[in-house]
Design a protein around this ligand. Structure first.
Ligand code: MD3
Ligand code: FE
Length: 201
């Protein structure tokens, strides 16, 4: 890897653990339904559907990007973060305080995510920990400036990716999801979970 602070842990979750996590997510989306965020100013919809778990959730709407305690459509608190994810954070994040937000990104056919930085958190000392479920994604990683070299990495179901240290502010995105590469989700597609510390502890 060109950039320090990234660690890719393939196949951390075995199939039964992936299945039980998907079941937890089915319960969570009953409380906190998936919705389609829109870009600030333009109002253009994301191709990814989202929800959150935790005391805070990341939202995008015409007014901007921010973390908030309530689901934007139901006005209710987000569902709690499943215990297995808090255990992954403890094991892989190398950070002594718990995550506050788990952003859930759901990719169906054709969904992608353009190159961006994650910088709406107050605490960049904390890493972001991602868990991939379902179809394999082509993840693109650049440097800390929008221009310059990028590399790609495949993220498969059960993989954990930790972005800490200098990599925390790297540009990144999802070029595409490879249809038919996993049988985890009956209808296909991909779920990405990102655990985040938002506030300074
Ligand atoms: C690199 N999600 O939610 S996860 C996002 O697969 C996001 O849905 C992608 O980018 C997805 O913001 C990529 C891997 C990831 C997550 C956070 C990062 C990579 C990161 C933060 C900083 C640098
Ligand atoms: Fe991101």
């Amino acid at each position: 890897m060109l950039i320090q602070g990234i660690s890719h842990h393939p196949s951390v979750l075995e199939r039964p653990a992936q299945e039980s996590l998907v079941e937890s997510l089915r319960a969570a989306v009953l409380q906190s339904p998936l919705y389609t965020p829109v870009m600030p100013r333009t109002g253009r919809p994301f191709s990814v559907r989202m929800t959150n778990m935790g005391t805070l959730g990341w939202v995008a709407d015409r007014d901007g990007y921010r973390y908030q305690a309530m689901h934007p459509q139901t006005g209710q608190p987000w569902a709690p973060i499943p215990h297995v994810l808090l255990e992954l954070w403890q094991k892989y994040a190398g950070y002594p305080h718990p995550p506050e937000a788990c952003l859930v990104n759901f990719y169906q056919q054709g969904a992608k995510m353009g190159l961006h930085q994650d910088r709406d958190e107050e605490d960049f000392n904390a890493p972001v920990l991602s868990v991939s479920l379902g179809d394999t994604a082509v993840f693109r990683l650049g440097g800390t400036q929008r221009v310059g070299k990028t590399q790609t990495l495949k993220l498969s179901s059960g993989d954990v990716l930790v972005m800490g240290g200098p990599s925390r502010l790297c540009f990144h995105g999802i070029d595409r999801v490879l249809t038919g590469t996993s049988t985890l989700l009956k209808e296909g597609g991909r779920i990405n979970l990102t655990l985040r510390r938002v506030t300074k502890p």
